[in-house]
Write a protein that binds this ligand. Structure first.
Ligand SMILES: [Zn+2]
Length: 270
């Protein structure tokens, strides 16, 4: 009897401490997140980002060698690389991207099997030889690079990092406070939130890509051609970054067409 009584007392007080600790963790996570609010200069949106631009650039270029290695390293054909440098340079210098202080660098990756393109925080942009091979015009190449420039300008990686810091903080709090079932539920909810952020990010990058193409004198309607290439390629085994966890391509094309009809609403105009 005594033993039972003291056990339950201990577990009650342990529970109380756990709850207080959990509430502390949750409050800390939320305050950290809320206090990092800033307005994105390109999209005009409020974002929660805990990194400075400088930190973001350092982070991106620090992770660049590893990402390059994962996709076969740099493409050995210097002429192809020089062409990509030229297109990238034109897109950045003649668009809203020019005045934002990011350090863009465009690299062709020596991976013929993977149809993919991606951007790291702060400016490193990559396109695989496999994707390059599928694109039929320079405007389409500009479309892919423009979309990736869009991710950098909109600071999608940094915003997602802040988001997952918050999520991890809250999941940690739930884990501390209660049983694993609840934590599993919290994890599921968190994943749903993260996925919907990804979808919006892709649509926003499509829009920014169209704007950047237009500003740099490329044919922005070729972004639709890019989507068609990706649609065709996603029938294969390797899913392109654009087409994997993201909105269905029809919806994406519809949104691109909407952007094409509203070029006057592009950032950096007027
Ligand atoms: Zn993307």
């Amino acid at each position: 009897m005594i033993r039972i009584g003291s056990n339950s007392a201990r577990s009650r007080s342990g529970g109380g401490i756990r709850i207080i600790l959990a509430i502390g963790m949750a409050i800390f996570a939320i305050i950290s997140y809320m206090s990092s609010q800033s307005t994105n200069e390109v999209t005009g949106e409020n974002q929660h980002i805990s990194l400075s631009k400088e930190q973001e650039i350092v982070l991106g270029y620090q992770s660049a060698p590893q990402m390059e290695a994962e996709f076969g390293g740099e493409y050995p054909d210097n002429q192809v690389q020089a062409r990509i440098d030229e297109i990238g340079e034109r897109l950045v210098s003649q668009s809203v991207a020019a005045s934002q202080g990011w350090e863009f660098e465009f690299t062709v990756l020596d991976d013929e099997q993977t149809v993919n393109a991606f951007a790291l925080p702060g400016g490193p942009v990559y396109i695989t030889a496999g994707l390059l091979e599928q694109l039929s015009t320079e405007d389409q190449v500009a479309g892919v690079l423009g979309h990736e420039i869009g991710h950098v300008l909109a600071r999608h990686s940094a915003a997602q990092m802040a988001q997952s810091e918050l999520t991890n903080g809250l999941i940690g709090a739930v884990l501390v406070a209660s049983d694993t079932n609840t934590a599993a539920t919290a994890q599921m909810v968190a994943q749903l939130i993260t996925m919907s952020y990804g979808r919006d990010d892709e649509l926003q990058s499509d829009w920014l890509g169209v704007c950047i193409m237009d500003q740099a004198g490329y044919d922005p309607s070729e972004m639709v051609g890019v989507m068609q290439v990706l649609q065709a390629a996603s029938g294969g085994s390797s899913m392109p970054e654009f087409a994997s966890t993201h909105p269905n391509p029809e919806n994406r094309i519809a949104r691109i067409e909407e952007a094409l009809n509203n070029l006057d609403q592009c950032p950096g105009r007027g």
